[in-house]
Design a binder for this molecule. Structure first.
Ligand code: UDX
Length: 461
């Protein structure tokens, strides 16, 4: 709601700090949530660790970005399961946050609240010591978080060894629908511990936000809401895509990778509506060489145009003997402006690893998906994409753990050409509408944001 006179002044002096986990899939939703808070009149500062040249020029709207980390923090880290990473992160926040809070206090804009990524549950203790309110933001789905919650409470025994599990409020889940951390403890012991720890001190947070929206996950929301006051605030995509009056908010802003904006958009502009398969596996997934070849073959056999993101670090595996990087049919880039791509009329489907951001972005833009999950929460997201929201299909993995070119070709045809495509497109349009309604003024997520802002303003007066 529009604020009036003195209220507006108090809001502008109500200062919130936001603290994302320094990964692309966590920075994006936190930055966007920050922008939504700023659009309600609050002063917001996001604590960042990237000072990449192209992010400086990026438009962050009304959000200030303050760099508190330095490059050395991650220098020694070669493996995500390395505890050095979390230890460094904790030590940096513990050391820098008091300085940041004191400095803003002196400048006349004292911090009243810290919004932190739920994977840093210790942040609430630091915030409390500094006299701040604390809000945690979960950047994965409610369904996935519910499974981690079950592990935290000891209700779901890990490693899961059964072929299927029944969890209240969820569809029946086979082992390949569960987050991989729940059964592959050998490879991901730290990730499971971290994921379950999100709930370790949840009662201490003053607010618990989720990047989802009510109607998308209503059953599991009702269930979890009995135990803690969950507030969905998503989808956290830039308002330009949900509000036609906003014209200049095309991307999140703080990208760790340099997007190839011009060539992507020019190439898409010259394609027919709904003719392109957009392919991306997010910022972290590592594909095997054989799998890359099968993707290339599948794309080629499908005979559709494709835009494929192959990150710089994956480039050496690019199967040039199967595909040219810029053949007649395809364009391969190392990073793209994904939101602009998904919003482009030429894109007919998204072959995705089903990271939660990519899933929500495609769903909010009404783009049908070919789900090809790799690890972590992606498997569960893929289950919901194919069987619950029915906005796409999921590829089958063969006995060798490979998704073959033929399988990829068939699934692309299923969402692009066949009878099934009509139903999937209809469902995609339905969810697109509901996603936009949730963040529209007075929509379910917008109301939760308004309430939060009102409480903070009230506290400041
Ligand atoms: C990770 C996990 O893998 C994911 O499962 C979890 O839910 C969040 O953290 P990531 O793998 O990077 O994230 O995937 P995703 O959640 O989809 O986030 C990627 C982000 O990068 C998206 O916001 C997407 O729009 C953006 N992106 C991706 C680009 O801007 N350009 C690209 O070329 C590719």
């Amino acid at each position: 709601k529009e604020l009036m006179g003195s209220e507006q002044r108090v809001a502008a002096e109500t200062h919130v700090l936001t603290l994302p986990l320094p990964f692309q899939g966590h920075i994006n939703p936190m930055l966007q949530f920050s922008k939504r808070l700023a659009s309600k009149g609050l002063k917001v500062t996001l604590l960042s660790f990237t000072d990449k040249e192209w992010t400086k020029a990026a438009e962050h709207g009304s959000v200030n970005v303050q760099i508190i980390f330095d490059d050395t923090l991650f220098a020694e880290i070669t493996d995500q399961e390395d505890t050095v990473y979390i230890n460094n992160l904790y030590a940096t926040v513990k050391r820098r946050l008091p300085e940041v809070v004191a400095k803003h206090g002196e400048s006349g804009y004292p911090i009243s609240c810290l919004v932190y990524d739920s994977l840093m549950p210790w942040a609430i203790d630091i915030a409390t010591e500094l006299g701040l309110l604390g809000a945690t933001l979960f950047t994965q789905s409610l369904a996935v978080s519910n499974l981690y919650y079950e592990v935290h409470q000891g209700k779901l025994k890990v490693p899961v060894e059964k072929t299927a599990v029944a969890v209240e409020g969820m569809p029946p889940l086979e082992i390949h629908d569960l987050p991989t951390f729940l059964f592959d403890l050998e490879n991901y012991p730290l990730s499971l511990k971290l994921s379950a720890s999100q709930f370790s001190n949840i009662g201490e947070a003053d607010w618990v936000f989720f990047n989802t929206f009510n109607s998308l996950e209503d059953e599991v929301l009702n269930l979890m809401a009995r135990q803690c006051a969950i507030k969905p605030v998503g989808p956290t995509i830039p308002s330009m895509y949900t509000d036609k009056r906003v014209k200049d908010d095309k991307d999140y802003g703080l990208s760790l990778f340099k997007p190839d904006v011009e060539s992507c958009m020019k190439w898409l502009d010259s394609r027919e509506p709904c003719s392109v398969v957009y392919v991306s596996f997010g910022s972290l997934s590592i594909l095997g060489e054989r799998q890359m070849e099968e993707i290339a073959c599948g794309l080629k056999m499908s005979c559709h145009y494709f835009l494929w993101v192959v990150r710089e670090t994956e480039k050496e595996k690019f199967p040039s003997r199967f595909l040219d990087e810029t053949s007649e049919k395809g364009l391969v880039v190392t990073w793209c402006p994904q939101l602009e791509v998904l919003a482009h009329k030429s894109v007919g489907c998204f072959m995705t690893h089903c990271g939660w951001n990519s899933t929500l972005e495609a769903l909010s833009m009404g783009v049908p998906m070919v789900a090809m999950p790799q690890w972590a929460d992606q498997t569960t997201n893929a289950k919901f994409v194919a069987d619950v929201w029915r906005v796409g299909v999921r590829v089958k993995v063969d006995e060798e753990g490979i998704v073959t070119g033929t399988e990829i070709e068939l699934r692309i045809r299923e969402v692009m050409e066949e009878e099934t495509a009509i139903e999937i497109r209809k469902n995609s349009e339905k969810w697109e509408k509901q996603a936009k309604e949730a963040v529209d003024e007075d929509g379910s997520s917008d109301k939760n944001i308004q309430e939060f802002v009102a409480k903070l303003i009230c506290n400041s007066t």
